[in-house]
Design a protein around this ligand. Structure first.
Ligand code: GLV
Ligand code: MG
Length: 361
């Protein structure tokens, strides 16, 4: 097979469609707040949420009843047309590519609100072919609608084949903005034996070795500590590597136990530490958790700035508080400092907290 020339990836896939982006902008997207546009009570609250969350996502897929699919699609068009989103991004999650609804989702949304939609989340992506399908269709619809800015694609990693193909999915189109973990569908598809939506599981653990008695024999039934492990570690790490390789952004996904704000925060923080830039929010109280967790702490920013100041031209090594810092740890600190600057530019409370850090503190 003769592959497409690298140059051609940056030509629009339809005559008159906007040129693909060469870099995916690193827009703050700590929380992607899901709402059901067919739920009038929920939809009425959306305009007031502008500016309180980085991303508002009108969900058309799972969690929207089959009978409400059209109402959700039209509800989203109405909200998007009537709302000024200011600094808040508007995303949608369309129905899966094997559903009877997805074609109408795309052919309705792009002409009606394509100028307001930043990102389209595509569920249950299996391989590059799914991205190619959406890529070409979006280009045709954008050209027809006269859009001047390409709509980006975000894939949910929620099938075993999708995980196996994660790198080709990330590199399938210059539209690729990022990936989210879909722990519920992924668990089902892999036949994992958890019925939880994201998070840990008490059965997935490592147990401390048994103590020994005076004769040196193991006391198997003695009390022993157990440490719960993270069922999602492997997938998140794989997703982070694939996204970093392709210059796009990884996200955690849904945490279904809305009441357990503590475990939710832990799961989000694990994802943040591993490299994710944000997560989904299924309830307003998860927005606050995500905004806190996916923003570097004041302590981390203070330390990072100190290292940056101490490292001068960025080469060589220095000792700070008994710890070695060098060119590589400087780069780690720059990740923190640059993220803090980006978030401070849209979040006045964070800006005040970061500004209050004393130089040399
Ligand atoms: C999200 O869509 C999931 O399946 O977890
Ligand atoms: Mg799913």
């Amino acid at each position: 097979m003769t592959h497409k020339s690298p140059k051609d990836f940056f030509r629009p896939l339809a005559v008159g469609a906007p040129a693909p982006l060469r870099e995916i902008p690193a827009r703050p997207s700590r929380a992607i707040h899901f709402f059901d546009p067919s739920n009038e009570k929920m939809a009425a609250k959306i305009p007031a949420m502008v500016g309180t969350v980085d991303v508002l996502l009108g969900n058309l897929e799972d969690a929207v009843k089959a009978d409400n699919k059209e109402a959700a699609r039209h509800g989203l068009v109405k909200i998007a047309q009537e709302t000024d989103f200011g600094p808040t991004q508007l995303w949608t999650r369309i129905n899966s590519l094997d559903s009877p609804w997805v074609l109408d989702d795309l052919t309705t949304l792009v002409p009606a609100i394509g100028d307001k939609l930043d990102v389209i989340m595509v569920p249950k992506v299996q391989g590059a072919e799914d991205i190619h399908y959406v890529d070409r269709l979006l280009a045709q619809l954008e050209a027809k609608a006269g859009l001047t800015r390409p709509i980006l694609i975000h894939a949910i990693l929620e099938t075993a084949r999708g995980v196996a193909n994660v790198e080709e999915i990330c590199g399938a189109s210059p539209r690729m903005q990022g990936l989210s973990l879909g722990p519920a569908d992924l668990a089902a598809d892999r036949k994992m034996k958890t019925t939880r939506v994201g998070g840990g599981h008490p059965g997935y653990l490592v147990r401390q070795d048994p103590p020994r008695d005076d004769s040196g024999a193991s006391v198997i039934d003695a009390p022993r500590s157990v440490f719960q492990q993270d069922l999602w570690h492997y997938t998140i790490a794989k997703m982070v590597d694939a996204c970093a390789t392709h210059g796009i952004y990884p996200y955690y996904g849904p945490f279904g136990d809305i009441a357990d704000v503590v475990a939710c925060e832990d799961q989000f923080r694990n994802a943040f530490l591993l490299g994710c830039v944000g997560t989904w929010s299924l309830h307003p109280k998860q927005i606050a958790i995500a905004n806190r967790v996916f923003s570097p702490s004041v302590e981390d920013v203070a330390h990072a700035r100190r290292v940056v100041a101490a490292m001068g031209d960025g080469t060589g090594a220095v000792m700070l508080d008994g710890k070695m810092e060098d060119d590589a740890s400087l780069k780690q600190c720059l990740v923190m400092v640059e993220l803090a600057e980006k978030l401070a530019s849209i979040d006045p409370e964070l800006k005040a907290a970061y500004d209050a850090i004393e130089v040399g503190a």
